[in-house]
Ligand binder design. Structure first.
Ligand code: GAF
Length: 392
């Protein structure tokens, strides 16, 4: 990850070449979906709150063609052999496992929603790093979904796709995620961040023209191993849901920042109080960030990004030493703001920097890592791109 993103053509070529080699014929089409970073609004999605992700110039491409019967064959450049499954495996949640579960999950979710899903052969290539918290799984889901919808002529508009892809992840794969990642990789637009209300699923495209402002977002892959990330994510979610129950609200989104102190007084558990404080203040930071971006004040969002990081570190307790080191070093080297992005316990940090300072900020992070004895991080500077679409 050292280029400013990668051209979609190269990854599409790999998917096409893989398809030809594996199946001995041409694909009927190619569909691309990006990874994402979340500019701000972490662990707010499953609390019915607000998020502000944008799509990355790193993509997953699915080359696909129909095949007879209710059978799906999937090859990925990251796996040794293809996976094949039929309707029986697709209809039994969790039956297909590993990376192919994201494809089977989409077939399951479409069928569960009453769609006639065409049998298909698929070949997947991807530049979205796996396990870095940049939504490689949502990218597979969204590109697969786009391919199957087009091949089958299914009636499923973009605004209904995220929920379906989320069901694939929650119910077939078994990961209790919110709606943010699938919304981002499907609904983002180039040059914009996606302001999503996770309760209503209404969206507003917020102009985020980094280039015109001479700015860049530096994405630093901490390369920290994900430590117990699945269990910790699920326990954060449970704690938020329990707090909402105790406070008598449908979701923590319903606690206004003005009533936060009173709400916290009503909770006995100190850890739960910290979790609630993160979610309520984070929702407000998203709204404040959106207001600044609407006013064209991109640089001024820096302190909100950094405050979000502190809240994730101290109140939600989802950061790790590598991540905190990257944030501190980026800020010391002149970033306007920096924060961990994504679910936590590893993954990536984003830093808002002057475009011409990106490399020196990245070098400062690398030096801080060396000093602490961490394996060297990788980085990429990114501009916001668009969501899932058909390429040919
Ligand atoms: C992961 C989840 F998939 C999202 O739904 C979201 O909760 C995020 O963590 C934290 O903001 O990416």
């Amino acid at each position: 990850m050292t280029e400013p993103g990668t051209p979609v053509g190269a990854v599409a070529e790999r998917a096409t070449a893989g398809f030809r080699q594996r199946y001995g014929t041409e694909p009927a089409g190619r569909w691309a979906a990006p990874g994402r970073v979340n500019l701000i609004g972490e662990h707010t999605d499953y609390n019915d709150g607000f998020v502000l992700p944008f799509a990355l110039p790193l993509r997953t491409v699915v080359a696909a063609a129909p095949q007879d019967g209710e059978r799906w064959t999937v090859w990925s450049e990251l796996a040794d052999s293809p996976v094949e499954f039929g309707a029986a495996e697709a209809d039994q949640r969790g039956r297909v496992t590993g990376w192919a579960a994201y494809v089977a999950g989409v077939v399951w979710a479409l069928r569960a929603a009453g769609h006639r899903v065409p049998g298909a052969r698929l070949a997947i290539a991807s530049d979205v790093p796996v396990g870095s918290g940049l939504s490689s799984s949502a990218a597979i889901e969204a590109a697969t979904l786009a391919a199957l919808v087009d091949l089958g002529g299914l009636d499923l508009t973009d605004d209904r796709r995220p929920r379906l892809a989320q069901r694939a992840e929650n119910e077939y794969v078994g990961a209790p995620t919110g709606i943010m990642d699938q919304s981002a990789v499907i609904r983002c637009r180039a040059g914009h961040a996606l302001f999503l209300d996770c309760r209503t699923e209404s969206v507003e495209q917020i102009p985020f023209d980094l280039d015109a402002a001479g700015l860049a977002v530096l994405v630093i892959d901490s390369r920290a191993p994900h430590r117990h990330a699945d269990g910790e994510y699920a326990s954060r979610r449970k704690s938020c849901e329990r707090a909402a129950e105790l406070l008598g609200v449908a979701a923590l989104r319903d606690v206004s920042p003005n009533d936060l102190d009173a709400a916290l007084d009503r909770l006995d558990d100190e850890e739960m109080r910290r979790r609630v404080r993160h979610v309520v203040t984070e929702d407000q930071r998203v709204l404040d960030t959106v207001a600044l971006l609407r006013a064209g004040r991109i640089r001024d969002i820096g302190p909100l990004l950094t405050a979000s990081h502190a809240s994730m570190r101290d109140d939600f307790e989802i950061t790790v030493p590598e991540i905190d080191t990257a944030v501190e070093a980026a800020l010391a080297a002149g970033a306007y703001g920096a924060r961990m992005t994504g679910g936590g316990f590893g993954g990536c940090v984003l830093a808002l920097v002057d475009a011409d300072a990106a490399e020196s900020v990245a070098a400062a992070v690398t030096a801080a890592y060396a000093e602490r004895g961490f394996p060297a991080p990788t980085h990429v500077t990114v501009l916001p791109t668009g969501g899932a679409h058909r390429l040919t």
